[in-house]
Every structure is written in C-alpha cells, then in structure tokens.
Design a binder for this molecule. Structure first.
Ligand code: EPU
Length: 403
C-alpha cells in the first residue's frame, strides 16, 4: 500500500498560489474532495485549475476577486487559508467566518490577531471576516497557542510584507514545513519552520511554484499502520516518512505491535495481543489529534483499560457513540475517554460524523465480527484517497455501495 500526498500540506500550498502571478505546478496531489473544494474556491477567485493523475496546475494570473463565499467555506474550514494570501494580493479580503464543526469549537481569533499585528484592519460583518490593509509591515506575531492554519496564514501574508516578521509559538507540524519549503521555492525567505520561532523576511513579489511534490500524508500512513496493528497481519506501507510518525510509532510499540522502518516504507506486524495504553493528544511532535479516533479502535479491542485525553479539540469524540453500538465499552469523562477493551466488537450499521471519525469507523468494521455498514462516507473522501481500495488490496473485505 502506498501513501498519497498530504491533504493538510496541499491545501495551504494551493492557497499560496494566490501570492504569485503565474502557472503553478504541484505534484503528488491526492484526489480528495477537499482538494476539489480548494480548486473550486481558487476558481471562484478567478484562477484556472486543472487536475489529473496527481498533477495540479493553478494559473493564478487571472485571480481578480477577493471574496471566499460562505457556500465553500462551510464545506471546508481550511478555506480560511486564503485570508492571508488575499490580503497580500489585494490589500483586502472577505472570507466567510467558518461555522460550527463536528469536532468542536474552532475559533480563528489567532489568525485575526496576527493579521491585525501585521497592519490589517479586520471587522466581522454579516458572517464574513472583512479585512483591509493600508501598509503591511513585518513585526513580531506572538500566538497565544499553537495553531497550524493560523501559523500558515501569517507565514503566507508575511512572505510579502515589508521587513521581518517573527512568529512566536509557531506550530511545528511537518505540513507547516512543507508550506515554508514551497514558499521558499517561490522566492520567499522563511527560516525556522518546524520550530516554534519562524522568521520571515518579506520580499516584494513571489514567482510561480514549479513541480513541487507534496509530502506524504502522515495521517493516512498512521491510519494504515493501525489497520496493520489491529489484525494479525504483516503490512508494508510505502512512501511515508517515519520521522513524522514518531509519537504514533512509540505508542504502537507499547501496545505490542511490531514496527520496522525500511527506507521510505514502514512494516507493521500485528501480533494478535494488543496491550492497553494511555495517550493524550498534543501539538506536533506529540500524539496527533487527527489519529485519536483511529487509535481508539485499537484500545477498544485491547487487553485492559485505556485513558485517552483529547487536548486539542476537547469535544472530538463523536465516534464513541457509534463505537458503543458495535459493543465497545467507552465512557467519556470531560475531555477524556475511558476505554475498556472488549474481546470482540460486533458489526452494526454506523454513521460517520467527520473525516477522522469515519476512518476510525472503517477500522472498527475491519475488526468487528460480522458486517459493518458505514454511512455518510463522503466525510472519508474529504481526506482519504481510495482507502477502501487500499485496504482491499491487502485482503480486507470492504466495498463501497451507493448511499
Ligand atoms: N485555536 C484557537 N484560535 C485560533 C486557532 C486555533 O483557539 O485562532 C485552537 C483550536 O480551537 C484548537 C487549537 O487551537 O483547540 C489547535 O487548532 P489549529 O488551529 O492548530 O487547527 P487547524 O489549523 O484549524 C489543523 C488541521 C486539522 C488538525 C489541526 C490540529 C488543516 C487544514 N487542518 O486545523 O486537521 O486537526 O490542525 O492538528 O491543516 C483533519 O485533517 O481532519 C483536521 C481536522
């Protein structure tokens, strides 16, 4: 099984194309609903996008609008990533405020704070963030907390601000590094990405991105690793970066799963005896919140009791009610889930509530006795390319039916 390009890297890199006037070509682009939504958003702004076989072209020369409408933003919160680039290009932007989210409260106050510090006046009007900048000048942007898309938005804007911007308490996620690498290839001057202090020396203009290859998706890789751990199987997961998966690999080793790094591949062997462990989600390099739901499945069938603490999105537990329908023993206490392993989960009709939850329900189906029918899998297609076919290729009995 081979891992595709990272959703959370390609989305900000697509938004970065707004910063230049040219034909951008990006490769290793996964075929995901979210990529299509970002293409639609860029087209709404006037860009021309073409996508085939993992290659994406974004012609940004024709971008002539600065409004990201509610209809698109409501289907994908990452749309907020166009805010910084639009302010950079037009000195103004109107971006719908993202609404509710299945994984809990997701404010964008830090994005707005950063924009204001760099010289943008921001108002909230009729559900839209309305931004106007007179003079954009680099300075220190101290975030109150670690925010991935917040860091990216400010990095995007600061790339073309006058002078030096220093982001303090920056997010260290590998996707932030991938964006910085892409921006630097466009001609930006960014240092420190991957640490919590990022320094950006503004340049007057950026050129197009040519043939940039998106990093492998560490969350897809992690999801496949858990599929391997769940079953007594021996899986080879190709095209991934082990160094991005340290926290997960460490926890999987504690459960008794055997893991071996093999160049750009990871071999995972489930031993059939899964030990319960506790884990807490944290910003990178901690255990990723985007892997919490999938790892919970392993704990549902492990030997013993596990306490899972969700520190990033404290309400990201919608999957637990569905898992109980399959016989899982899970109690929620504040932002923690107490999971007692059961010998076997049973197949049942279940419903996906968000992207990562839907991946966890598919994993639950793989280890539940009998037939599991997961509905609303459009959530899955937002962030996983052909997960069903990949799992099929290693022997899983999984297929897609028309809803
Ligand atoms: N936060 C604020 N104010 C802000 C921004 C964030 O309070 O202005 C809080 C959030 O509510 C949360 C924490 O800060 O408690 C971290 O949120 P962050 O901003 O880092 O999340 P994000 O940028 O909105 C990205 C990913 C998510 C992933 C999180 C955490 C993209 C497009 N999305 O979201 O991915 O869960 O970082 O790692 O990069 C997914 O792929 O399924 C997904 C949800």
């Amino acid at each position: 099984m081979s891992v595709g390009g990272a959703k959370n890297a390609v989305l900000p890199i697509m938004a970065a194309c707004i910063l230049n006037d040219g034909e951008n070509t990006i490769s290793n682009v996964p075929d995901l609903a979210d990529v299509r939504t970002m293409m639609e958003l860029l087209e709404t702004l006037g860009a021309r996008c073409e996508y085939a076989d993992g290659e994406l072209l974004v012609d940004s020369r024709t971008i002539d609008r600065y409004k990201a409408p509610y209809d698109l933003v409501k289907t994908m919160r990452a749309s907020v990533l166009v805010l910084g680039p639009l302010v950079a290009r037009f000195k103004k932007a109107e971006v719908s405020l993202p609404g509710g989210c299945a994984i809990g409260e997701r404010p964008i106050d830090q994005h707005i704070k950063g924009l204001r510090i760099l010289g943008t006046s921001v108002q909230l009007e009729d559900g839209y963030v309305s931004a106007v900048a007179k003079k954009l000048e680099g300075t220190t942007v101290p975030f109150d907390l670690s925010t991935v898309t917040g860091t990216e938005n400010i990095m995007l804007l600061a790339s073309v601000c006058e002078g030096e911007t220093v982001i303090l308490n920056a997010a260290c996620e590998p996707e932030v590094v991938d964006l910085a690498n892409a921006l630097n290839l466009m001609g930006a001057k960014i240092e420190g990405a991957g640490t919590d202090i990022i320094t950006i020396t503004g340049v007057s203009s950026l050129g197009p991105l040519k043939g940039y290859s998106i990093m492998p998706d560490r969350i897809e890789a992690g999801t496949l690793m858990i599929a391997g751990a769940l079953n007594e199987s021996d899986l080879l997961i190709r095209n991934c970066r082990f160094e991005h998966l340290g926290a997960l690999a460490g926890k999987l080793l504690q459960t008794g799963t055997e893991i071996e790094k093999n160049g750009n591949s990871i071999r995972v062997r489930g031993t059939g005896k899964i030990k319960s462990i506790d884990f807490s989600t944290l910003p990178y390099p901690g255990f990723p919140t985007d892997m919490q739901a999938q790892m919970m499945i392993l704990m549902c069938v492990a030997d013993g009791m596990s306490v899972i603490t969700e520190n990033i999105f404290p309400q990201r537990f919608m999957h637990t009610a569905e898992l109980r329908r399959m016989g899982a023993d899970i109690k929620l206490v504040g932002n923690s889930a107490v999971v007692r392993g059961v010998r076997e989960m049973r197949g049942a009709p279940i419903m996906a509530s968000d992207l990562r939850a839907s991946a966890s329900l598919v994993l639950a189906g793989l280890c539940g006795a009998g037939r599991t029918e997961v509905s609303r899998i459009y959530h899955l297609d937002r962030g996983y390319e052909k997960l069903d076919e990949k799992l099929q290729s290693v022997g899983a009995s999984i297929w897609r039916e028309q809803e």
